[in-house]
Design a protein around this ligand. Sequence first.
Ligand SMILES: Cc1ncc(C[n+]2csc(CCOP(=O)(O)OP(=O)(O)O)c2C)c(N)n1
Length: 341
Amino acid sequence: MYLSLMVKKNDFGGLAPELLLKIHNLMVKSRVLEERLIKIYRAGESYFWIGGPGEESWGVCLGLLAHKGKGLSYDFLHLHYRCTPTLVAMGMPMIDSIRLMMNRKTDPSTGGRNFSGHYCIPDWNVAPVTSPIEVQYSIGLGTAHAQKRAGHRSLTIVTGGDAGTAEGDFASCLIWASRRGQELPMLITVQNNKWGISTKWEGQHGEEHVADRAKAFGIRSRVINGNDPIETYLALQEEMEYIRQTGKPSFIESKVSRLYGHSSASGANADANEVDPVKDFEEKLLKVGLLKAEQVKIIWSGYEEEGIKAQEQARSEAQPQSDSIWENVFVGSENADWRKF
Ligand SMILES: Cc1ncc(C[n+]2csc(CCOP(=O)(O)OP(=O)(O)O)c2C)c(N)n1
């Protein structure tokens, strides 16, 4: 008995069983949701799918640790299009992701006018996800600067892909976040899935780790196995606390899987060669008896049912019409007629 408790503690980094079960539950929820989105695409009920299956371990831990709220005293999140697990962990209902996927007027992020995964949640400081890759790295500098000026313990979180680090915005972020004496409270992260659409990591990088580039700017940095939720949770917790304490940036390169290829543009087909973080974690919890096979079935089927119901509900809702095309554009609808410019 004593020995098995010791093994548990070592295996799970001292995290409480309730937290481990919560992480697993949210990882399953994210996976079921993503697979529902792919089914919606395949059924011809949406135009395009892109998302985060394979990033559940990383994304869920990030969402659980972010200080959620509106305004400078809370964390800001500048995420990319594989961030569904983070938002699920922050409390986004499945149906809101499905409304965006099916371009419904009821989609709270964009009113049904953008791609899947392109969320925007002002009440949680979630900045709009952009289609041009990596611009979030330079946009995030703005909120980090404002947070520093306000003197809160809040931080700005930026996520993005490995291939996109070739963009200038990534370099700009490293430079502006790390100026001596003017450092910014930023958690700069890269989810390295070893691919940029169909271009392999090998052959595109001289450095061994993207994280090495942050080191060159004096930014504290580390590489983690983002497929392991224990390692991920502990690393994120430590780095976020460091940023809150010091007001300085930290960099995490998180190695993750890409389970269904790049997007629907490449077929959204399952890739059996990739590590599945949800199944791996589940097996670990089953092995030590924290979960029972029967519970696992109930969790998966419960979310499956929720996803189907949400799809049916979204199907019954209206799509946006042309009369609302100028709403929520930057210059305001009354001045937004392009012919006036
Ligand atoms: C500025 C810009 N250039 C090119 C593209 C086309 N594009 C979309 S996703 C992508 C690959 C990004 O790969 P990576 O940064 O590794 O992220 P991943 O999709 O693998 O998560 C590219 C090149 C784009 N959207 N924006």
